[in-house]
Design a protein around this ligand. Structure first.
Ligand SMILES: [Zn+2]
Length: 339
């Protein structure tokens, strides 16, 4: 784990500079009272940065102001901000901690999208609300960040055989997201291509370092302790790339009211495999998983982050933090019980 932390600290060095730039950039372009309560631009809070519901937004397209990029959730915003540096402003439609699969956009989201120069989204049916949403927005280009990733099919439930959308949860896939972001930014703003190319290269190096650290941390788990039991089936890509076996209560967060049948199936698997620790996720209730822990004698190991970053003062203000935090919680939970 020390090696893991070492990598993390290396990452953190770059961040305060980035935050400062973002905060200054946002402070200089604040216009109105707006509706951006608690949304994020990249890895920091973004209060009052968007013209919000003002439909005319005459200040929005000033020639020298950075172009605006809108993402569907906070993790994509953080990745995009790392590639953008201070050459673009980045904002997430859904706010920190939001349930993103079944999100219901509000009118101010449409206004923001109409005022944006580019919309970035995950694809793979993650944003089930987006198709309708984009019909209400004229002439704003949109880019799918999971383009080029081979999907893993969802195994069970009403979405069986559809792609599991949580592709970003493997750093190896995240490298594809970064390349797609870089390409979209170069297309949007060729004058700053050098910035995006350099930032994407640096951020990709950070992701590769996290990938190595994850390999090392998770390789320490004994073969009999490799069951990752979660609420949502969001870890298929991580499990595949790091040699874990995935067990979950429900496949996608829309069905977060777990059924007795789902609970029974997980309880049986936890008992059969003598799984020491079970986990849930930050954007849903962990009650069902705590019931499973109680019924099986397993520990409840805490909440992992998948669909949202934390607040800036929380444990995972950035995507790199999220990957590291989850690996720490998983390895601590699975190894900890053994000793
Ligand atoms: Zn999810």
């Amino acid at each position: 784990m020390t090696r893991f932390l070492g990598v993390s600290l290396g990452k953190r060095i770059a961040r305060p500079w980035g935050l400062l730039v973002i905060v200054l950039a946002l402070a200089s372009c604040t216009v109105s009272q707006s509706s951006t309560d608690g949304q994020v631009a990249g890895s920091t809070a973004n209060p009052g940065a968007n013209p919000g519901e003002s439909s005319t937004a005459s200040s929005a397209k000033e020639p020298n102001s950075p172009k605006k990029v809108l993402t569907t959730f906070t993790i994509l915003a953080d990745m995009a901000q790392n590639v953008a540096g201070d050459a673009l402003t980045v904002e997430s439609i859904t706010r920190i901690g939001a349930e993103i699969h079944g999100y219901e956009p509000v009118p101010s989201d449409i206004a923001k999208a109409q005022n944006a120069d580019l919309i970035l989204y995950n694809g793979m049916d993650l944003e089930r609300w987006l198709e309708q949403f984009l019909r209400n927005v004229d002439d704003v280009p949109a880019a799918i960040l999971s383009e080029g990733i081979t999907p893993i099919a969802i195994a069970t439930g009403p979405y069986a055989d559809k792609p599991n959308p949580h592709a970003w949860m493997s750093p190896q896939n995240a490298l594809v997201y970064v390349e797609n972001i870089r390409q979209a930014f170069v297309d949007l703003d060729p004058a700053n291509a050098d910035i995006y190319n350099a930032n994407a290269a640096a951020y990709s190096q950070s992701l590769e370092a996290i990938d190595q650290a994850l390999q090392a941390a998770l390789a320490a788990l004994p073969p009999t302790q490799r069951y990752l039991v979660t609420c949502e089936g969001a870890f298929s890509y991580l499990a595949r790339d790091y040699g874990l076996k995935e067990i979950y209560i429900w496949p996608i967060n829309a069905e977060q009211q777990s059924t007795p049948k789902q609970l029974k199936a997980v309880i049986e698997q936890v008992k059969a495999n003598n799984v020491p620790t079970v986990f849930c996720e930050s954007t849903v209730s962990d009650e069902a998983q705590k019931q499973i822990a109680q019924a099986t004698g397993a520990m409840f190991g805490g909440n992992l982050y998948v669909d949202s970053l934390s607040t800036p003062t929380g444990p995972v203000p950035t995507f790199l933090d999220l990957l590291q935090y989850d690996a720490d919680v998983i390895t601590d939970g699975l190894i900890g019980r053994e000793s």
